[in-house]
Design a protein around this ligand. Structure first.
Ligand SMILES: Nc1ncnc2c1ncn2[C@@H]1O[C@H](COP(=O)(O)OP(=O)(O)OP(=O)(O)O)[C@@H](O)[C@H]1O
Ligand SMILES: [Mg+2]
Length: 272
């Protein structure tokens, strides 16, 4: 008898953005759109819209631990994406939880600043983040300002992205990969640079002229996690995730959500 193909389970550990374009709500949409079953552990609540983050309420670290332990005790998790973790004690709780439960794939989106410019990782948490979370990731997905904070220098051009990716990799586990996002540069191409310690891979897409790019980073990292759960291939997952995010950005203006940086169209393929 033919066996039914099992649907992968993916976990997002992140913050909640009530406007639905970023954070856990976006992650769950992406994971669902890409044919995986989404689960979530909430690390922080935010008061946020498309224009600003007006407040952050961290979840008590022991409750983050309890959510992780309870979920992993019951549900097989095929890949994890980590997003906004907010504060040092929560960073620590997430790192300890991941070490305890050892998921096969960990995608770490190094969330530090929202598209609106508001801080999402406290200054005091950056060192804990570098020491405890970075070494656990199979792949990290910094944007350029975040790469700048991690490296202590600005990355201003596409040419500088290669050396930045190399230096970021030195901060990660020996077999990790850096997926450095070039969304913050200007120019006709939205270029991302991937480095796995051996080869550089460049993923280019035409830059879409839109202000609606809220949650692109959350969505990209969730797409990588979803594809990892489905394919078990990191290079394939990065390539497919970039294609997905490009399509979702290209259709972002079909949505009408808020007056600031609006969300992208996570369900572009399904709602045709
Ligand atoms: N206008 C655009 N057109 C096409 N692709 C884009 C555009 N802006 C960003 N991207 C792509 O979107 C993905 C996310 O990159 P970006 O640098 O925006 O992440 P981010 O800053 O972490 O986003 P977020 O605000 O959600 O945290 C990358 O693949 C990037 O190249
Ligand atoms: Mg981001």
């Amino acid at each position: 008898m033919e066996q039914t193909k099992r649907i992968p389970n993916v976990l997002t550990i992140a913050g909640v953005d009530p406007s639905g374009g970023a954070g856990i709500l976006a992650d769950v949409k992406v994971m669902s759109a890409l044919g995986t079953f989404a689960t979530s552990v909430i690390a922080a609540l935010t008061a946020q819209n498309t224009r600003a983050v007006t407040g952050v309420l961290p979840v008590p670290p022991e409750f983050v631990t309890q959510q992780l332990d309870t979920l992993f005790a019951d549900v097989r998790i095929d890949a994890v994406k980590v997003g906004m973790v907010g504060e040092s004690p929560v960073v620590h709780a997430v790192a300890e939880g991941l070490k305890k439960h050892c998921p096969k794939w960990i995608v770490l989106d190094t969330v530090m600043v929202a598209k609106s410019g508001d801080r999402l990782l406290a200054d005091e948490a950056v060192e804990t983040f570098k020491k405890e979370l970075l070494p656990l990731a199979n792949v990290i997905t910094p944007n350029l300002p975040e790469a700048g904070v991690l490296l202590g220098r600005e990355i201003r051009t596409q040419d500088e992205m290669y050396e930045a990716a190399r230096d970021l990799l030195a901060m990660c586990a020996p077999n990790a990969t850096v997926y450095l996002k070039g969304g913050h540069l200007e120019g006709d191409l939205a270029r991302d640079v991937i480095f796995d310690g051996k080869d550089f891979v460049v993923l280019d897409a035409e830059r879409v002229q839109t202000k609606n790019t809220h949650g692109t980073g959350c969505s990209l990292s969730s797409a990588i996690a979803a594809y990892l759960a489905k394919t078990d291939s990191l290079s394939e997952s990065c390539r497919l995730a970039k294609q997905y995010i490009t399509r979702a950005i290209a259709s972002a203006d079909e949505l009408e959500v808020g007056a600031g940086h609006g969300p992208i169209h996570h369900f572009v393929e399904l709602w045709k």
